[in-house]
Ligand binder design. Structure first.
Ligand code: BF8
Length: 681
């Protein structure tokens, strides 16, 4: 019998002191570095410090930990000696590394698609309230946008009266669009209506591969079913469902969220603003709005601008009210109202550590639970507002937002912030750094600036791609990730693309990072761009990085690419275009869903940091290489930002070569006599 060794309890165990983040290594942004140091001086822990003390799980990083049943978690890391002739790693049920990684990957797609699409559903419900006139706070603001999307829902915009075609009542159109849109989440048969907005060749590709989504909720539910123990055990079949679900996100839930928000709150057009923690003002009541849905934040913006609230703030000794945003709520109120960006995902704790944040108002997604712990160290009121996103800490105030009392709720929240102004301590330290920016480039604004209302297409953009001034287009998007230096990947990738004449469309936290770096100004073109792109930007007066909005607004990038196909000269499908996608610092499940709908729209898409597929080389090869044959787009991973950008440029060049536009060509104006001569040859 084995001897039982009794372990003596350790006495006087000294807890290892926690490591602190090195501010310089943690971020490239000076104000972030200053505030990390400030937090450490005050003894307040931030995400940057936690990243030093908790290493990520090596098996989870590889995507090969299965915890979908109680026999596990089964862990299948890559053997140190490598995989021999046969990969015989198995979970208790026999699940292979490929099955496990594919299951985990599509569960991430389900999470991301659910987040975007549930956001979209919330907007659709408010849209219905507005159409039914149940609320005074929301109304149909952008009638042209409504008229432009109605045909995709098979909603008539005209009526025939006595043989005459007349404009249909706008409220009637809105009501029918709202009903049809809401139906998309759970209709019992058919396919999503917006799929037909994709280029015909792409739609046919989806049809041939059997991935046309039926309804949004069903695809997400089916992922949860298929990944339950003992159901789908074929990585190709699993990722096929992941594809169907990601398409339901990009061309469904996200696209409807974007469109209905534009109708309710206005389609973005370029406007001026600022970015970084330095937008907070010491002598103002600072309200930081954080999260994703613009439903509440729109009301806060409207209410904060009223004379009543301004006067109330002044009566409490403040000079006024300064609103600013974190994460994608920030991008939403930036693109429609010019409200400045306070910071990215990784700066949320730092906004409170300034000591000048009188209230942080949060809704859904990307909110650290630790903001409540940080708020406790200051006078900051932390207010949650959404029934599905509460916090357990007792210093958090929950004011559930009700669209029927939208203005009253917004007023209540703003008053809490104003009343709190006088409770500020003396420990205020707002970094001075901020950068000017021009944001608000939707599909329509890009069309106006790079296409012209006369032609009503992306003709000029395509023309400049064909003549070689613009080499290609990149969508660079996504999060920050505390496992990598804050903003370093974002900025290095974008600058390398600009240097090589690749124009950049940005969303999410990449958009905020570029704004903080000053890349969203027309003046930056002459500093950072190659000569061709600089010339176009200077002629048209646009920044070389076009901020197209929040993460649900990645749907705008899909539609911009579709417009490029429609404008002609660059092939018949998105996969023919000289374009590439990137998320240099991704971290969220939403990013995986976005990446997958970019890929399955035909876009070569590179992620930074890491991808949870490395532990299953066969599955990884399938989505990195084989997918190109199915959809024209494929995944890739590149941690080094310069190599990352170079891979995108190589793909753009490959597409230019296939299109026969790999050598720069000037358009030659030909007079009639020469033209006749040419035609007679
Ligand atoms: O949806 S980019 S960190 S804020 S998940 Fe979150 Fe990522 Fe930022 Fe917006 Ni998108």
């Amino acid at each position: 019998m084995d001897e039982v060794i009794k372990k003596e309890p350790k006495v006087n165990m000294v807890k290892k002191p926690k490591k602190l983040a090195d501010p310089i290594k943690a971020s490239i942004d000076e104000s972030t570095q200053e505030m990390i140091l400030r937090a450490q001086d005050l003894g307040i822990e931030t995400v940057f410090d936690r990243a030093e003390n908790m290493k990520p799980c090596n098996i989870g990083v590889q995507g090969t930990c299965c915890k979908n049943c109680g026999m596990g978690p089964c862990r299948l890391p890559l053997p140190k000696s490598g995989i021999g002739e046969e990969d015989d790693r198995k979970g208790l049920c026999g699940a292979s590394a490929n099955t496990i990684a594919a299951r985990n990957f599509i569960r991430m797609i389900a999470g991301g698609a659910a987040a975007h699409s549930d956001h979209g559903r919330g907007v659709a419900e408010i849209f219905m309230s507005a159409a039914r006139k149940e609320t005074d706070a929301y109304r149909i603001k952008d009638k042209n946008k409504l008229l432009s999307i109605a045909p995709y829902f098979n909603v008539d915009t005209t009526v025939e009266v006595d043989g005459e075609k007349l404009d249909r009542d706008i409220d009637e159109i809105a009501l029918e669009v709202g009903e049809k849109a809401l139906h998309e989440w759970g209709k019992p048969e058919g396919e999503l209506m917006y799929l037909k907005r994709a280029p015909a060749a792409l739609y046919e590709k989806w049809k041939k591969n059997g991935v046309l989504p039926r309804n949004i909720d069903r695809e997400i539910v089916e992922i949860m079913h298929r990944t339950h123990i003992g159901v789908d055990q074929d990585y190709k079949n699993l990722i096929k469902q992941g594809t169907r679900t990601a398409i339901a996100d990009g061309w469904g839930g996200s696209m409807m969220a974007t469109d209905l928000q534009d109708v309710l709150f206005g389609t973005p057009y370029p406007l001026q603003s600022e970015a970084n923690l330095g937008v907070m003002k010491e002598d103002h009541v600072n309200i930081v709005i954080h999260g994703h849905e613009p439903i509440l934040s729109e009301m806060i913006v409207a209410t904060a601008q009223t004379k009543e609230m301004e006067d109330y703030a002044k009566s409490k000794g403040a000079k006024g009210i300064q609103l600013s945003g974190i994460c994608c709520t920030a991008n939403e109120i930036l693109q429609r109202h010019g409200v400045p960006l306070c910071g990215t995902f990784l700066q949320q704790e730092l906004a409170i550590i300034t000591g000048a944040c009188d209230a942080m108002v949060v809704d859904i997604q990307c909110i650290f639970q630790n903001v409540a712990n940080v708020a406790r160290c200051f006078h900051t009121k932390l207010i949650t507002t959404h029934p599905i996103a509460k916090m357990e800490q007792d210093n958090v105030i929950h004011i559930e937002f009700d669209e029927h009392y939208a203005m009253e709720d917004a007023k209540k929240i703003i008053k809490i912030a104003i009343d709190n102004f006088e409770n500020r301590g003396s420990d205020v330290m707002i970094p001075t750094h901020k950068a000017p920016q021009i944001a608000g480039f939707g599909v329509e604004a890009i069309q106006y600036h790079l296409g012209g209302t006369f032609r009503g297409s992306y003709y000029t953009l395509n023309d400049n791609i064909i003549n070689g001034r613009i080499r290609g287009v990149a969508g660079v998007v996504g999060c920050n990730n505390a496992r990598t230096r804050h903003n370093e990947g974002h900025i290095a990738v974008v600058k390398e693309l600009l240097k090589n004449d690749v124009i950049v469309l940005t969303t999410g936290c990449n958009g905020i990072a570029c704004a903080m770096e000053g890349l969203l100004t027309p003046e930056s073109a002459s500093v950072f761009c190659g000569p061709g792109l600089a010339e176009v930007c200077e002629t048209v007066g646009i920044p070389p990085v076009l901020h197209v909005g929040s993460c649900v607004d990645n749907s705008r990038i899909l539609l911009a690419a579709t417009e490029m196909v429609k404008a002609g000269g660059l092939g018949n499908d998105i996969s023919d275009l000289p374009v590439a996608g990137s998320a240099p610092e991704w971290m969220s499940e939403k990013a995986i869903s976005i990446g997958h709908y970019f890929v399955t729209a035909g876009v070569y898409t590179v992620f930074g940091v890491t991808l949870p597929t490395s532990g299953a080389p066969v599955f990884q090869k399938y989505i990195f290489e084989e997918f190109e044959k199915l959809y024209g787009g494929m995944w890739d991973l590149e941690v080094d930002p310069i190599k990352h950008a170079k891979k995108m440029i190589a793909h753009i060049d490959k597409k230019r070569e296939a299109l026969g536009i790999d050598r720069a060509r000037e358009r030659i104006m030909v007079d009639m006599a020469t033209r006749r001569e040419m035609e007679s040859v």
